[in-house]
Design a protein around this ligand. Sequence first.
Ligand SMILES: NC(=O)c1ccc[n+]([C@@H]2O[C@H](COP(=O)([O-])OP(=O)(O)OC[C@H]3O[C@@H](n4cnc5c(N)ncnc54)[C@H](OP(=O)(O)O)[C@@H]3O)[C@@H](O)[C@H]2O)c1
Length: 321
Amino acid sequence: MMSGEKRKIMIFGATGYLGTYMAKASVSLGHPTYAFVRPIKSHDLQPSKLQLLKEFESLGITIFQGELDEHDKLVDALRQVDIVIVTLGMPSYLEQLKIIIAMKEAGNIKRFIPSEFGNEVDRISPLPPFKAICDKKKQVRRAAEKSGIPYTFISANSFGAYFVNILLRPFDEKLHKATIYGTGETKFVCNYEKDVAEYTLKVATDPRTENCIVIYRLPRNIITQLDLISSWEKKTGRAMEKTFISEEEIIKLSQSSSFQNAAVSSIAYSIFIKGEQMNYELKQDDLDVGKLYPDHKYTSVDELLDIFMVNPPKSGISVYE
Ligand SMILES: NC(=O)c1ccc[n+]([C@@H]2O[C@H](COP(=O)([O-])OP(=O)(O)OC[C@H]3O[C@@H](n4cnc5c(N)ncnc54)[C@H](OP(=O)(O)O)[C@@H]3O)[C@@H](O)[C@H]2O)c1
């Protein structure tokens, strides 16, 4: 398989947040693109999802409808493609085990990219709620390694637009308040979702990445929370009111009875207190996405803020319940 070669790409989770970027990136890079989606039932379908599937079809994406429990249907669909990229979200990570069983039976899949796209799960020691999420992703890694299907594990670190929304609330014109986890001085990596998707398509079709871990540490996206706030303040010309949440408070919040609050806090602890996106050296076998594709022009976090200045989101991601 040569890098950049056109391959038939199947995406599971294409209707989700990252999956939509992934499906569009696959089409724009010229790959025949397929999406395996849950059956469309007109009575329970949100209009936005129906609209998205119509958009996919108009882009030429072939849609397979089925449940992941429908093993034979899954095997038949997999036999028609070369590469599988999964972007299933929480709490469905272990559903990927069904895809692995079906890929083994199909016998033709040349690369499997499981749903990870975050911190490097084998190299972090998270607090319990985030640990539960990472443990599921690790379980899928171990199953992929055992399956004999060529795989690539991707540590994409923080999604840029997602984290800018959480940390700067650019949709909230009046408030200008920032919540800072810890001191705000810990380095993390903020990669625009469009780039995460485009790099993933390159990785998925690249023989150099087979059975490797690829880490997305793009140099212009390695920043701190304080850097991010100060860039935003310069662009908007307005100072933000800063509220610091201490390490102790984050640990306490991670023990909250609300799963969402506990998950968000324990993820923040990993990224902003322990610095688990930048606190390890790459091993000899690890691949750095920026070095693999030095010619790919990615959107830096600074450029992403410019995008947000011109097109402020209408609403934001609600972090705490
Ligand atoms: N690094 C970061 O900053 C960051 C941020 C967010 C997410 N992530 C990671 O990115 C990956 C994708 O997350 P996301 O937020 O994009 O996910 P998401 O928006 O929740 O999308 C979930 C997708 O999975 C499908 N799905 C869920 N359960 C399913 C099931 N049982 N059977 C079949 N399909 C199912 C959904 O289909 P329906 O449309 O039918 O519901 C949807 O297409 C995850 O690994 C997540 O951890 C990373």
